[in-house]
Design a protein around this ligand. Structure first.
Ligand SMILES: CC(C)(COP(=O)(O)OP(=O)(O)OC[C@H]1O[C@@H](n2cnc3c(N)ncnc32)[C@H](O)[C@@H]1OP(=O)(O)O)[C@@H](O)C(=O)NCCC(=O)NCCS
Length: 244
């Protein structure tokens, strides 16, 4: 099973890579994609190419022919008609997921190294109440970098949010709670949420998983013809929000 599959429901296909496929990114990119990273450093060129190989493999499993995956003005990949997807890369890891847009309205994935955030970052990306549960869980379950998990979950929130809204979402505009028992998280929007299938969403729910080296998170918003509800997600904040 792929690492990223641990946080995905049925119906979403995933491909991942722990290395780069080619030292010559241009050899695996479509001509339209090559200029997008022509001036980038080699590391960026390789991750851009490898994650697109992953994405094309995932799309292929849905019966979609290989096609360029070009970013919009905000960097969001434009997925082939009838599909949605998401991509992520960090040191030593690249992953892409795809699904049919009638089954999944939007999806966001993120992978991060399982290490603490650099000094000062948590204060920028978190709300005071989030820092309360991060402190509590860090004392109780120190093997998980809860600050990094929060960051990854917020990146997944944005990657799910943006294709639905076309709007920015600041780190302080969604409040997250991670459940250590069910390995789920809940994001509550502090601004007006997207309308999906005629219903305005007040938040997203997602899943997280942590290995020796990676934290991965994913959010899947069901589409109009989703065959069955995703595995039940317990997003109860339990006792994590008790103020100190
Ligand atoms: C865009 C962003 C989410 C990318 O996350 P990251 O952890 O830096 O990088 P990752 O490697 O995990 O993901 C990069 C991929 O995300 C995808 N991506 C970029 N912009 C995106 C967007 N607007 N919507 C959806 N996906 C996007 C792209 O596929 C990109 O890879 P590519 O450039 O090779 O195609 C991040 O840089 C950012 O802008 N964050 C600020 C907004 C935010 O996170 N708000 C928090 C809300 S609670």
């Amino acid at each position: 099973m792929c690492v990223i599959e641990r946080v995905l429901p049925a119906g979403v296909v995933a491909e991942e890579s722990f290395g780069d496929a080619s030292h010559d990114p241009a050899s695996v990119l479509f001509p339209e994609e090559v200029p997008l990273v022509a001036r980038a450093v080699p590391k960026r060129q390789r991750e851009f190419a490898t994650v697109r190989l992953c994405a094309r493999r995932a799309l292929g499993r849905l019966g979609i022919a290989p096609a360029p995956l070009l970013p919009d003005r905000r960097g969001a990949p434009q997925w082939p008609h009838g599909t949605v997807g998401s991509m992520t890369h960090c040191d030593g890891y690249r992953a892409a997921v795809a699904a049919r847009s009638n089954e999944v309205a939007s999806i966001g994935i993120d992978a991060e190294p399982n290490g603490p955030l650099p000094d000062g970052v948590l204060d920028i990306v978190s709300l005071p109440r989030e820092r309360v549960w991060i402190r509590a869980l860090s004392a109780h379950r120190p093997e998980v970098c809860w600050d990094r998990l929060l960051f990854s979950a917020k990146e997944s929130v944005f990657k799910t949010w943006y294709p639905l809204t076309g709007r920015e979402l600041d780190f302080t505009e969604a409040e997250l709670y991670a459940d250590p028992v069910s390995a789920t998280f809940a994001a509550r929007f502090l601004v007006s949420g997207p309308v999906v299938d005629g219903r305005r969403l007040s938040g997203f729910s997602g899943r997280w998983a942590v290995g020796a080296e990676l934290v991965v998170t994913a959010i899947t918003v069901r589409g109009p013809s989703a065959p069955a509800p995703p595995r039940s997600v317990d997003v109860t904040p339990r006792n994590l929000l008790t103020d100190p």
